[in-house]
Write a protein that binds this ligand. Structure first.
Ligand SMILES: [Zn+2]
Length: 469
């Protein structure tokens, strides 16, 4: 036995000079759930990162033999997973969290959210709100967020400051809003935003027509042209409620999906959020144009919008990612909870406990989300050549004990707070729960200060006075 060990040691020393290449970071000893094409799970496994990129995934021994790591993150007792991809949200709306709950979508939007936005949205509001959202997202393992809001350049700056990735769409909408008096102004703003962040390593800057019911046909076409010119995925809300479909049928004699097809909006890569009320014909339209769906189960349940036909969409071959939607309709940005609720919702709505399995839902939150935003070639799985967006999730809480199946635990028993370490683009943003890019105390204090302004603005509006009750 001793002789064997000595021989191995000599062989290792002999091989060392040429074999060990540099790695900036190695995450080692955890259960590595790669989400690669074979869905390999290495237990234990290790991930080697050099600069911004994953250079190898293998056993801890194999990685240690091949790489000399400048920094090592031990992950024994934890799961190592691709960072979670949130495919739909409005980050700054964390500032409206809990402001008006228990309402139907159109009431909630028209009586509360749109008026509150008209009084409170400003660059500072968006900056402070997005920083709070970024803190929450990074502490719960989201490494890319998709956003549709106003003053989107502030969202981009806050996202970059946190070190997160963003697919960020400047909203274009058919009525005067805080950052644009007209749709034309919104379009010009969107183009400036897309120009300013073109080629950014963390940000995909794009345009977000709010929906087919808040934006006119010519403006919708113009947003499509912008997305095409900049090679960016168009973001929009689609078929969120039955009322939206009914109104579309009355006004255009077409469903929302068919109407947008007739305008050519689906001629560019697009992410359609919600898609709760999609017919089989609508699903065929989206499939034909490779429009990705962003599924937001918590928002859809809270607003009683309905259950999106996710099982059907997946069976038909659509790309489906998972989203939280804004915190005003959720009310948190925890993608682990979104996964759990997605699984539960479809079991209930399909009347089938095999629907939306843990594996399926985990795919939606990782590689599926990456595909939805057009980045599956760069992120969404742990494999050599991809960008290093990696999270380490502890599996040691009472809630997660014992552990027979890590995928089951990730979906059914894990919470955002179990995330220990977050790496984006090769950079450690949170290490063992310590956030390195933002000062949490400052972020929270700023948000509390801003909340006083929001409260004052809302209470000064007669339509809003019922909010406090
Ligand atoms: Zn939304």
């Amino acid at each position: 036995m001793l002789a064997v060990v000595l021989v191995l040691a000599v062989a290792a020393v002999g091989a060392a000079p040429q074999a060990r290449r540099r790695a900036t970071l190695v995450v080692t000893g955890g259960t590595v759930i790669t989400m690669d094409a074979q869905r390999r799970v290495l237990s234990p496994g290790a991930v080697a990162i050099d600069g911004t990129t994953i250079v190898a995934v293998g056993t801890p021994q194999a990685i240690a033999a091949r790489f000399a790591a400048a920094d090592v993150i031990p992950a024994a007792g934890a799961v190592v997973l691709p960072g979670l991809v949130n495919t739909h949200g409005h980050a700054a709306m964390v500032m409206y969290r809990g402001l008006a709950d228990d309402l139907a979508l159109m009431d909630w939007l028209q009586k509360y959210i749109f008026p509150a936005e008209a009084k409170t949205v400003s660059p500072e509001f968006v900056r402070v709100g997005t920083r709070l959202a970024a803190l929450e997202m990074l502490q719960s393992g989201t490494t890319l967020h998709t956003d549709m809001y106003y003053f989107e350049e502030e969202v981009a700056k806050a996202t970059k400051d946190a070190g997160l990735r963003g697919v960020l769409g400047q909203t274009v909408i058919g009525f005067p809003v805080a950052d644009a008096k007209t749709p034309a102004e919104g379009l010009a703003r969107a183009e400036r935003f897309m120009q300013a962040f073109k080629g950014d390593p963390l940000i995909v800057a794009t345009v977000a027509p709010h929906s087919m019911y808040t934006v006119d046909a010519d403006t919708l076409k113009a947003t499509r042209n912008l997305a095409r010119a900049y090679g960016a995925p168009l973001l929009t809300h689609l078929a969120e409620t039955g009322d939206e479909v009914k109104a579309s049928l009355e006004k255009h004699q077409q469903s929302p999906a068919a109407y947008l097809e007739s305008l050519g909006v689906w001629d560019v890569p697009a992410v359609a959020a919600h898609g709760v009320h999609l017919s089989d014909a609508d699903l065929a339209i989206l499939l034909r144009h490779r429009v990705a769906l962003s599924h937001n189960p918590e928002s859809n349940m809270k607003l009683a919008s309905g259950a999106a036909p996710v099982t059907k969409a997946l069976k038909a071959g659509l790309t489906v990612g998972l989203g939280t939607d804004g915190a005003a309709s959720n009310n948190d940005l925890d993608m682990f909870e979104a996964m759990r609720q997605a699984a539960f919702l479809h079991k209930l709505s399909d009347g089938d406990p095999t629907a939306a399995s843990a594996q399926t839902v985990l795919e939606m939150a990782t590689i599926g989300g990456a595909a939805a935003v057009g980045m599956a070639d760069r992120i969404g799985s742990l494999e050599a050549g991809k960008l290093a967006d990696v999270i380490v999730v502890s599996m040691r809480s009472p809630r997660q004990t014992p552990m027979y199946n890590p995928v089951s635990h990730l979906v059914y028993a894990t919470r955002g707070d179990d995330v220990r370490t977050v790496v984006v683009n090769g950079r450690i943003l949170m290490r063992d729960r310590r956030v390195l890019t933002l000062n949490p105390a400052t972020v929270l204090a700023d948000a509390r200060r801003l909340a006083a302004t929001v409260r004052a603005a809302v209470e000064a509006t007669p339509a809003q006075s019922s909010v406090a009750r």
